[in-house]
Design a protein around this ligand. Structure first.
Ligand code: NDP
Ligand code: GDP
Length: 326
């Protein structure tokens, strides 16, 4: 029988890759989309005719109830969020509303309309924040360092609570950073690969960044949405770390990205602006995916050097096209 999935955040990086994956697996896919004055459907333009789009917003309880009543999903993937840590310092209330309370709204809507549906929550390595150990695993204590992280900790525990209180199938995927050519332009990987492409095509002279010493465990988004799906095929719910197990600094990423266009002395092209430093930052994230590898049979294949190549190539092509159409 055809399974039905309901995906919030379908226009985003992960939502669009997940919708592709689910379609390939034969699911009926419902994607929640919010009304914007200028539509933002670039990531799903190629599959728009294959998915059912339903209006809704994580801040509007009634829209979530209606969307679930209409779609009657077997699986709910909650990927919607104000996903940028930097913005969360400037919009803490909105971030808490969408990323924190929004999850309770969705869980409660599911409880009253489709209590047997499985729920996936997009948790994050930002839960660990000022991490007390390296690498971080499912048992590492949480110490969020931003309004984004704080809201996601609230959401994480709301999921555990709905699982324990009502016996619902609710799982937290604690995903470490994952990137792709669809990553938002404000994230550091994309700022770098877009900047390198613009410098290569002589549209810019340098890239401006903040903390170059931060270290992240960066993986490749299409592989991470596969891990989400696998989590939803398990017998019972649970919380899993999804990561590559390797960590690189922003400097490492810069060096590799510039090397793709034949520039070795990358430092000559990078400016640091103190305004891009965060009030509190997360220094080192490195995940231990052993539990997920064992229970899901999943393993990250694309590591940072390959990821950089994919992203730089895509941005070189896009910038070339844009320049051509000017
Ligand atoms: P994106 O920013 O690319 O996508 C976020 C999605 O959420 C967009 O579709 C956006 O819609 C939607 N959205 C934002 N606010 C609302 C709202 N109020 N109501 C409904 N929809 C809303 O994020 P990613 O795809 O990278 O991430 C997916 C999820 O995974 C997020 O929850 C993120 O916090 C989490 N996560 C991401 C990681 C990563 O490295 N990418 C790591 C760990 C967790 P619109 O297009 O209209 O703006
Ligand atoms: P995050 O891990 O979700 O916060 O992902 P980001 O890509 O936004 O940031 C990763 C790290 O890169 C953080 O420690 C940032 O402080 C650091 N960083 C350094 N310069 C920049 C920059 O110009 N933009 C962003 N977004 N992050 C930067």
């Amino acid at each position: 029988m055809t399974k039905t999935a309901f995906v919030t955040g379908v226009t985003g990086q992960d939502g669009s890759y997940l919708a592709e994956l689910l379609l390939k697996k034969g699911y009926a896919v419902y994607g929640m989309i919010r009304r914007l004055s200028s539509p933002n459907t670039r990531n799903i333009a190629h599959i728009m005719d294959q998915i059912h789009l339903i209006d809704g917003d994580m801040t509007d309880q009634s829209s979530l109830i209606t969307a679930l009543m209409e779609s009657k999903p077997d699986e709910i993937y909650n990927l919607a969020a104000q996903s940028f840590v930097g913005t969360s310092f400037r919009q803490p209330v909105l971030t808490a509303d969408v990323n924190g309370l929004g999850v309770v709204r969705l869980l409660d809507a599911a409880r009253s309309t489709v209590p047997d549906a499985k729920v996936y929550q997009a948790s994050t390595s930002e839960l660990f924040g000022k991490a007390t150990e390296i690498p971080q695993s499912e048992t590492t204590p949480f110490h969020p360092r931003s309004p984004y992280g704080v809201a996601k900790v609230f959401a994480y525990w709301a999921c555990v609570n709905y699982r324990e209180s009502y016996g619902m199938y609710v799982s937290n995927g604690i995903l470490f950073n994952h990137e792709s050519p669809r990553r938002g332009m404000e994230f550091v990987t994309r700022r770098i690969t877009n900047g390198v492409a613009r410098i290569h095509h002589k549209l810019a002279k340098h890239i401006t960044l903040g903390n170059l010493d931060a270290k992240r465990d960066w993986g490749y988004a299409p592989e991470y949405v596969d891990a989400m799906w696998r989590m939803m095929q398990q017998k019972g719910p649970g919380d899993l770390v999804i990561a590559t197990g390797e960590t690189y600094s922003v400097r490492d990423f810069l060096r590799l990205a510039f090397a793709e266009v034949g520039i070795e002395d990358y430092e000559a092209y990078v400016k640091v602006d103190e305004k891009l430093l965060r009030p509190a930052d997360v220094h080192t994230l490195c995940g231990n995916p052993a539990k997920a590898e064992k229970s899901l049979g999943w393993k990250a294949k694309t590591k940072v050097p390959e990821l950089v190549k994919i992203m730089v190539e895509a941005d070189l092509e896009r910038v070339k096209e844009e320049r051509h159409h000017r």
